[in-house]
Structures are given as structure tokens and as C-alpha cells.
Design a protein around this ligand. Sequence first.
Ligand code: UT7
Length: 330
Amino acid sequence: MRGAKIIGTGKALPPRVVTNADLTKLMDTTEEWIVQRTGIRERRFVDPGTGAAALGTEAARAAIAAAKMEPRDIDFIVFATVSPDYFFPGCGVYVQEWLGLPTIGALDVRTQCTGFLYGLSVAEAYVKGGFFDHVLVIGAEVHSTGLDLSTAGRDVSVIFGDGAGAAVVGPAEPGDGILSSHMHAEGKYAKDLMLEAPASIEHPRLSHEMLDAGRQYPKMNGRYVFTHAVRRFPEVIREALAANGFSLEDLSIVIPHQANLRITQAVAGALGVPVEKVFSNIEKVGNTTAASIPIALDECIEQGKIRKGDLVCLAAFGSGFTWASTLIRW
Ligand code: UT7
């Protein structure tokens, strides 16, 4: 069977920078609290009119250009997001339209912070199996329009930002590129990080009462999520290494989902690797859910942190709970 590798990456960050000081004008919080508890100093918010599909399309254009390809070379789209422009259809169809592509398929993935890695595993399987030659994988979020930016929502709202990242996956020599993907889920913890409304189990799925109760905002049992994250990240990274006969010393860099700087530091500690080996850009972009890994990956490439031959591990944990890793020989 042939291999599959990432041949181009790109990102799109909305121009509007929202600092912690800006948030202090909206809610009872402080610069110190946010920096100490999360490591975040600023994030980006879109201006009205820009949705996840538009950000994702911009990131996709950059990834296709980096792969030295034309949009028409793409055979299939995978779009990961928890903040689609609309309840339906998914965002992938807009990318197909806006890139001017023929009637290729477009699949939306709904696994929250692990969405990009689940999506990448779909691309990996399609390319390795010979179904498609070039698959576009996008992670994009517009959180800012769905956050409770009052004091009542401060524990959740200060961590999230908007943005998008994308990768083009194409054929590789066997043993080169994406070595393996590892995905897990534990639905019994679904309620610990969720957004309830609109909800098709409700009649109607959105009511004034639901809005008054703030059920349209994400709710998170922060400490509980934190505890699981610091256990599952190291576990799923070790799983990827073991599956391919590698040890921690072989790893060049870990690119984790940017959930919280303290989680990233705890992961480095638990693995016993220097903190510089675990990439972080949360200070500038916040937590962008499905977009965070492809944005971070693109930055690593831009900054020359990944070289040919490096062993790179991508890892994520989040709502669901779901967690995942991807091991790549670059
Ligand atoms: O990406 C998806 C996965 N998500 C994650 O991995 C997030 C995991 N969790 C976290 O990152 C952290 O739990 C948070 C950053 C969300 C919260 O940090 P924490 O250290 O767990 O704080 P906490 O929620 O336990 O709250 C501690 C205190 C509380 O006050 P009391 O009860 O001790 O008086 C909160 O009311 O901090 C208060 N607090 C705030 N104070 C100022 C909560 N949010 C804020 C805020 N500003 N924004």
C-alpha cells in the first residue's frame, strides 16, 4: 500500500486582535488571571460577516499554494469544525463552491478539538487506500459569535479564539509521511464540555426560554476536563510511538491541540521531554478547537521547526471526550 503525507499547509487568522485587557472591559476578569491560568495574552475575533467556512477557504487556498497545486487538483474535502456557519449544511460544501471546484465530495467532521486529527485520518485512509490522490483537510472555528462575554461566561470565554488551518494530503512512499492515527472517545463525559442549543431533542429546538437560560453558550467543567487532558495527551502520544516501534527520544517535536499552556507544560512534564519540544502558540491565538493543530503546524513549518526526516507527533484532547494522535515522518 502506498503512503500518505502532508504536502502543504496554510492558515487564516482574522485581523482583529482581542487582548486580555479588551476582555476586562466586558467581564469581571484580569490580565493576571488569564495569563496565569491559561497562558493566553491575545486571540483573534472575526468581524461580522465572516464564518468558519470563509476562514477555512482562506486557509485552504494557502495550503494548496504551499503544495504548489491548483484548487482543481483536490479530489475531496474534509472540514472539521464545532462552529459551522449554519446548523446545516456543513461548511465543506461552501469550500467546494468558493474554490470553484467541480462536484467533488465534502465531508464535515464533528469531533471538536480532535476534529482535525480525525479528519486527517480520513484523508490518510483515502490516500493510502488509493480512493483519492489529494485530500484537503481543514480545521476552522468562529467561536467569538457564540461566547457569553459577560462575567457569567468568563471561565469559558477567555480561552477561545477564531481561526483556521488546512493541509493537503497526497501520496507518499510507504513508510514516509503519516505513519499512523489513533482515535478515542468516551461519551460518558459528553456533558462536561458541551453546547446544548439549538438541540433537536427539544421541541422547538430553540426557544426564548432556552436563550434566557443561556443554553446557547458552551458550558465546561474546566477542572475535570483539565484532569483528563493531562492524562490522555501523554497516553495517546505514547500509543502512537509504541505502534511504530519508536521511543520518546526519537521524537523531534510534539504539536498538541492548544487547550491551555498549563496543559501543554504538564504534558511535557509527564512525558519527561523538554518543554521546547512541545510547541505552543496559545499566547497569541488562544484555543481555536479544530483549527488549533493545523494553525500550529503551519507556524512550525514557517518557523523552520520541522525539517525533512523529523518525527512529528500531533495530539489532541477535548469535548466528547475525544482524544487522538497522528505520528508523521516528515
Ligand atoms: O479545548 C477543549 C478542552 N478544554 C480544555 O482543555 C480546558 C481545560 N480547563 C482549563 O483550561 C481550566 O480549567 C480553565 C482555564 C478553563 C479554568 O482554570 P481553573 O484554574 O480550572 O479555574 P476554575 O474554573 O477552577 O476557577 C478558579 C476560580 C473560581 O473562583 P473561586 O470559586 O475559586 O472563587 C472562578 O470563579 O477562578 C474564577 N474564574 C475567573 N476569575 C477571573 C473563572 N474564570 C475566571 C476569569 N477571570 N476569566
